[in-house]
Design a protein around this ligand. Structure first.
Ligand SMILES: C[S@@+](CC[C@H](N)C(=O)[O-])C[C@H]1O[C@@H](n2cnc3c(N)ncnc32)[C@H](O)[C@@H]1O
Length: 225
């Protein structure tokens, strides 16, 4: 080995030795941050478990949304119907792990403000862009693209939300809707019309999750057309 190669190898080894503590401290502080966010969200969810009174999803449905995002590594999420933020917390918690963000829309000012308070308390504000707006107007204006959508606002408008969002949903992305059951008898308030339309689309593959009484439709976009 020539002298210059030896010197380079020596210099390289010294640099690695010097940098090791820095690298390991950066990695461990990131792990600590993840852990402390998890603890904060869990403690928020535990303390609010029995206090969701504003048409919020049950915890089991929150978990369904969380798992879908993690499983598919989704990063650009849209929620229609924030209310006071229960589903938003589950969605944003999952996005904090995939490196994503959520846009969530609510028309009622009091619920919107409550949701903002809840997002802060859970430590998830940086993952959430909460909008106080009429989703009938805002959703068609949003640029996208999205890879995950949770629709949970006025049921009679679900079909219109789907039509507005589909061109902005990536292939492989997922459109989910709350209070949609596989059982026809439970499809009220215009949900039947939404399901008929959804099932007529050859590029959407739909299943129904019945973890809770409410039900969630889960539709994957298989191709552009
Ligand atoms: C079932 S709640 C949403 C619950 C929420 N996803 C949760 O689990 O915490 C439906 C919400 O949609 C809101 N909403 C209804 N019509 C809307 C519209 N046109 N634009 C925006 N929000 C709307 C209602 O004010 C209500 O807070």
């Amino acid at each position: 080995m020539s002298n210059s190669v030896k010197s380079f190898a020596l210099l390289f080894s010294v640099c690695v030795l010097l940098l090791l503590p820095v690298i390991s401290s950066v990695l461990s502080s990131e792990a600590e941050e993840d852990q402390s966010l998890d603890e904060r969200v869990r403690s928020f969810l535990d303390s609010h478990r029995n206090s969701w009174r504003d048409m919020n999803v049950p915890e089991s449905d929150g978990k369904v949304l969380y798992d879908l995002i993690i499983k598919n590594n989704y990063k650009r999420a849209l929620e229609i119907g924030t209310s006071t933020g229960h589903s938003g917390i589950w969605i944003a918690w999952a996005l904090s792990k995939t490196g994503g963000t959520l846009i969530t829309v609510e028309i009622d000012e009091w619920r919107y403000n409550q949701a903002i308070t809840h997002f802060k308390e859970a430590g998830l504000s940086e993952y959430i862009d909460a909008r106080l707006a009429d989703a009938h107007e805002l959703v068609p204006e949003l640029k996208g693209t999205f890879d995950f959508v949770f629709c949970d606002a006025d049921k009679g408008w679900y079909k219109n939300y789907l039509i507005a969002v589909l061109p902005k949903l990536e292939v492989g992305g997922c459109f989910t809707a709350h209070n949609v059951s596989s059982r026809r008898g439970r499809r009220q308030y215009g949900i039947g019309e939404f399901v008929d339309y959804l099932e007529s689309l050859s590029n959407m593959e739909t299943t129904y999750d019945q973890s809770s009484w409410s039900g969630i439709s889960i539709s994957y976009k298989k191709s552009e057309k």
